[in-house]
Ligand binder design. Structure first.
Ligand code: CP3
Length: 347
């Protein structure tokens, strides 16, 4: 549990405090909808060079804090740096997304590097965290993150993003031992990576399980819930004071009981569930984060205002961190972000 007397509003929410005005930050708040991000990215050359350049990664993390005064700053990096640190090839194709070497069987699994070796690749990220703790305003909470094992595995197996995570589901069926060993390797790497982020100064960490919604029945328990539980248990042993946010995106009914089953201090919810449902079924378990639909950052107007007010008012009866239901998109208008913040703080 976080310190309830902290003057950081995100840490207060994570310690279980209800606040009339919830703290707010936004997934992908440093990104292509901001002209200053595009300028810094151009200076870095490409996206991965930006991630591994502590000075420029610090700069883009700070940009949305300067412009909007969010209560939280999320470390600028990517969930696919862990596969790269484990030895996968990684590159980004402009306009398309990530590409990686694939894992289709025992041979490729055997070529991965050991978990002890990941820090060699990831040390610039820890330097970014240290820089940020020096430079952030005292009221801003620094959030570190990693991908959850299932989501990371879907990219490592397919070598790219896929609409239905088909290749990962297929490997799970045809080569269960390889699949389980991969999940285990990513789980161990994620524990070491997040622990190093906390040692460097991350005050909260978040696990992104963006594709958790494609795991059904016992698969959800085994590959979304269980690795998350293991990562949280290991981190709580080493860093009992550091709160953890879990985001099993599109989990639906599987959001119910997720706090208790995993030990997460906060469960982030996407916008496929309503705030009313979340207040009734998820918030009794602890702090929730979410869940305005990202499209409002493109469309704005009265609908943005009324939907934002509804979420704030509906989740006011328990601990809540305001956020979008998923990342902001490049076609968003920064003026709509400001309107969302003003609405949250005036509701
Ligand atoms: O501002 C922040 O939220 C912090 C930084 C952050 C990025 N990626 C930067 C980024 C975070 C937390 C992520 C997480 C991430 N990365 C996830 C989980 C969350 C989610 O969105 O579901 C996933 C699945 C990835 C993998 C990834 N990275 C994809 C599929 C893509 C391409 C899609 C796209 O938007 O282009 C990326 C690239 C990426 N990661 C960008 C940013 C700002 C855009 C890269 C660019 O500048 O061209």
């Amino acid at each position: 549990m976080a310190n309830p007397t902290s003057d950081k509003t995100i840490l207060r929410a994570l310690a279980g405090e209800e606040q009339a005005t919830p703290p707010i930050w936004m997934m992908r708040q440093a990104g292509r909808y901001l002209p200053e991000y595009k300028a810094t990215r151009a200076k870095a050359g490409d996206f991965l060079s930006l991630c591994y350049n502590p000075e420029l990664a610090t700069e883009v993390t700070l940009q949305p804090i300067r412009r909007f005064g969010f209560d939280g700053a999320i470390l600028f990096a990517d969930i696919l740096l862990v596969p790269q640190a484990l030895g996968a090839d990684l590159w980004f194709v402009t306009g398309e997304g990530p590409r990686l070497s694939t894992i289709t069987g025992e041979a490729e699994l055997a070529q991965l590097r050991s978990v002890d070796d990941i820090h060699e690749t990831l040390s610039p990220i820890y330097q970014t965290v240290r820089n940020l703790r020096q430079e952030l305003p005292k009221e801003t909470t620094l959030i570190g993150f990693a991908g959850a094992p299932w989501t990371v595995a879907t990219y490592m197996i397919a070598g790219k993003g896929t609409p239905d995570q088909g290749p990962a589901h297929a490997l799970k069926g045809t080569h269960p031992a390889v699949f389980d060993a991969l999940i285990e390797r990513i789980t161990e790497a994620t524990i070491e990576y997040l622990s190093a982020q906390i040692d460097a100064g991350a005050e909260v960490v978040k696990l992104f399980d963006s594709w958790a919604g494609s795991l059904k029945g016992p698969d959800f328990q085994r590959y979304a819930l269980e690795p998350t539980r293991q990562i949280i248990a290991a981190l709580k042993l080493r860093h009992p004071e550091t709160p953890i946010i879990a985001f099993p995106r599109q989990a639906g009914d599987n959001y119910i009981g997720f706090h208790e089953a995993t030990g997460a201090d906060c469960v982030a919810v996407d916008d496929s569930v309503t705030a009313d449902w979340v207040a009734k079924h998820v918030q009794p378990g602890g702090c929730v984060q979410g869940n305005l639909a990202s499209r409002h950052m493109v469309t704005g107007g009265e609908e943005l205002v009324s939907e934002t007010q509804h979420i704030v008012r509906t989740l006011r009866g328990g601990p809540h961190i305001f956020n979008l239901g998923h990342g902001i998109t490049p076609d968003a208008d920064p003026a709509n972000v400001q309107l969302m913040i003003d609405t949250v703080r005036g509701a």
